[in-house]
Design a protein around this ligand. Sequence first.
Ligand code: IPE
Ligand code: IPE
Ligand code: MG
Length: 253
Amino acid sequence: MDTLELIDRSRLPKHIAIIMDGNGRWAKERGEDRVYGHYEGVISVREIVNTCGELGIAYLTLYAFSAENWNRPKGEVDALMELLVNTLRKEADELNRKNVRMHVIGDFGSLPEICRQELNEAINMTACNTGLNLVLALSYSARQEITDACKKIAVKVANGELKPGELNEQVFHQHLYTADYPDPELMIRTSGEYRISNYLLYQLAYAELYFTQVNWPDFRKEHLYEALLNYQQRERRFGKTSEQIQTTSTQHV
Ligand code: IPE
Ligand code: IPE
Ligand code: MG
């Protein structure tokens, strides 16, 4: 029986977040330049986006470029921005045809003008789509996102739009870049690194974390199925006891 058949389609996460890592090492292992790994990584992006669409996943957030990645050598940063533009030009129509809706989170203004143009085009073109919501985290930093949320709230308090007593978790969430999306239930990181690297720090509070040794350019739908199966074998307790969870799930049956 293949892994897909073992997956309970009624218990899929609504939102999957991925840290697509290991492109550079994958290329180096093959005696190639790091940038070659980024090119090959696009093939994995295409396959995982299509698979999530087929499975009926509502949200997929991909960490494509962190705010810290600006500190990489200029040649690599330029190649990544160029790859983003070329990929959008090549794939936007296909994404649209597949009913995918594109979104971006991060410091949009820091991206080169040409990237912003292509992104805006793809976002506008797909704005009415009702299938998979594909969220690209670009020039993204979770600490910056949380700081920005605090700033927006502080301004509202200062001008009397919001009382300090009215601030709660729900209101805070509305000021994050991800205000319109549910929190991810599953976070996958490839390449054998066991860290969060400033990704969705607030939103991942109760996510199941799944780490795989596979480098991103090798990550294919079978690997996603493995992650989903592993996710479904976990007991999500949210602070309760195992017995409480089992009683609730029996009551639902
Ligand atoms: C992830 O792969 C892609 C980006 C961060 C843009 P890396 O480029 O981090 O690859 P490694 O981790 O150096 O192998
Ligand atoms: C995280 O990967 C960012 C992306 C995948 C875009 P990095 O490779 O930049 O993270 P660190 O430096 O290993 O923590
Ligand atoms: Mg890396």
